[in-house]
Design a protein around this ligand. Structure first.
Ligand code: KG4
Ligand code: ZN
Length: 333
C-alpha cells in the first residue's frame, strides 16, 4: 500500500465525463481515469442530461476502484475527497456528490464540495507548476467562456464573460449543423485544417470591452448553410474557427493591456484546440507574456483538476460541504 495522507481523490461528474484522479498537493497525478460518454450523446448532437446521469451511476464506482487499485492506495488514509458541486447538470452533479459523500462516510475521510470552474483554473499547474502571478485567465469550455484575473491560486476576479453562448457550445452546434456528431471541437478543428477561411462570418462584440457573444456567429453559420449552394464543410469550419480565434485572441490582448500580467493562462475544453494554442502563442510572443497551458489531457473535464483545486480549499480552510448546485460563479468556492 502507498501512503495516502498526502493525496486527494478528485471526482468530477458535472457534465458528460465521469472522471476520478488521485493528486498530491504539488499537482502530481498518481492515477486518473476518465470515462467519456461521447458515444452515448453523439447521436443527439449534444449532452442528453438524463442519459448522462444514468451513465455516471454506471461508471463512477468502477472508475474509483480502478484509480485506487492502480495506485495501491489505502483510501482510509486520504487527506480528503474533493467532488465537483457545480456548476453543471444537476442530475450529473448529484451522482458525484452522493457517491463522494458515501465513500467519505465509509472511509472516514472529509469530503469537500469544489467549484468546477476553480478546477479548470488550476488545471495548468497539473504535473508541473507553470502559472506565475498576476495572470489573465481565459476559461473557454462547453459551459463557459470568461476572462478572469488571478493574483494567486485562490484570488480570482472575473473581468469578462459571455452574454449568451460559450465558444465550446458554438463549436458543438456548428458541428451538429454540419452533421459531425458530438463533441464538435476536435472534429471542427480537424476539418478546418483542410479548408479555406473564405466566408466572412461576424466577429461579435470584437470592439466591446471584455464581454463575449457567440450566438450571432452560430446563427450566421446556420444562415449560410441554409442559403449557400455547394457548401464546403471544410471552408465553413475554417471560417468559423478563424472568427472564434479572432474574438478569443483579441479579447485576451485587451485583457492583458488593461490588466498587465506575467502570464496568460488558457484552460477548458476549447484550450485543446491547436488553432487556439497557436494563436495564443503568437499573441504571447508579440506581447512578451508567458503562455501557460494545461497538457491536452487536462484541458477537457477531468478529476485531477478537481483534486488539485481541493488542496486550495484545504489550505485555506474552505471546507465547503458537498451539496450540488447547478449555477455557481467563478468567484465563489
Ligand atoms: O471543459 P469541457 O470538457 O467541459 C465543460 O466544462 O464544458 O469542454 C467541453 C467543450 C466542448 O464544447 C467541446 O466541443 C470543446 O470543449 N472541445 C474543443 C476541443 N476539444 C473539446 N473545442 C475545440 N477544439 C478542441 N480540440
Ligand atoms: Zn469543464
Amino acid at each position: 500500500m502507498t501512503a495516502s495522507a498526502r493525496l486527494v481523490l478528485g471526482i468530477e461528474t458535472s457534465c458528460d465525463d465521469t472522471a476520478v484522479a488521485l493528486v498530491d498537493a504539488d499537482g502530481n497525478v498518481m492515477s486518473a481515469v476518465t470515462a467519456s460518454q461521447a458515444a452515448i450523446h453523439s447521436r443527439y448532437g449534444g449532452v442528453y442530461p438524463e442519459l448522462a446521469s444514468r451513465a455516471h451511476v454506471d461508471k463512477i464506482l468502477p472508475a474509483v476502484r480502478m484509480v485506487l487499485e492502480e495506485s495501491e492506495v489505502d483510501p482510509a488514509g486520504l487527506a480528503a475527497i474533493g467532488v465537483t458541486r457545480g456548476p453543471g447538470l444537476i442530475g450529473s452533479l448529484a451522482v458525484g456528490v452522493n457517491t463522494a459523500t458515501g465513500l467519505g462516510h465509509g472511509w472516514g475521510v472529509p469530503v469537500v464540495g469544489v467549484n468546477h470552474l476553480r478546477g479548470h483554473l488550476r488545471s495548468a499547474d497539473l504535473e508541473q507548476k507553470r502559472v506565475s502571478y498576476p495572470a489573465v485567465v481565459l476559461l473557454v469550455s462547453g459551459g463557459h467562456t470568461l476572462l478572469a484575473r488571478m493574483t494567486g491560486p485562490r484570488d480570482i476576479t472575473m473581468i469578462g464573460t459571455t452574454r449568451d453562448d460559450s465558444a465550446g457550445e458554438a463549436y458543438d452546434k456548428v458541428a451538429r449543423m454540419l452533421g459531425l456528431g458530438y463533441p464538435g471541437g476536435p472534429v471542427i478543428d480537424r476539418l478546418a485544417q483542410s479548408g479555406r477561411p473564405s466566408i466572412p462570418f461576424p466577429r461579435p462584440m470584437l470592439d466591446q470591452g471584455l464581454e463575449f457573444s457567440f450566438s450571432g456567429l452560430k446563427s450566421a453559420v446556420a444562415r449560410h448553410l441554409a442559403q449557400a449552394t455547394g457548401v464546403s464543410k471544410e471552408d465553413v469550419a475554417a471560417s468559423f474557427v478563424e472568427a472564434c480565434m479572432d474574438v478569443l485572441v483579441s479579447k485576451c490582448r485587451r485583457a492583458l493591456l488593461e490588466h498587465p500580467s506575467t502570464c496568460l493562462v488558457i484552460v477548458g475544453g476549447v484550450a485543446a484546440s491547436p488553432q487556439l494554442r497557436a494563436a495564443a502563442k503568437k499573441l504571447c510572443d508579440d506581447t512578451g507574456v508567458e503562455l501557460c497551458l494545461p497538457p491536452l489531457r487536462w484541458s477537457t473535464d477531468n478529476g485531477a483538476m478537481i483534486a488539485l483545486a481541493t488542496w486550495d480549499y484545504l489550505e485555506s480552510d474552505h471546507l465547503v460541504p458537498p451539496v450540488a448546485q447547478s449555477a455557481l460563479s467563478i468567484e465563489e468556492y
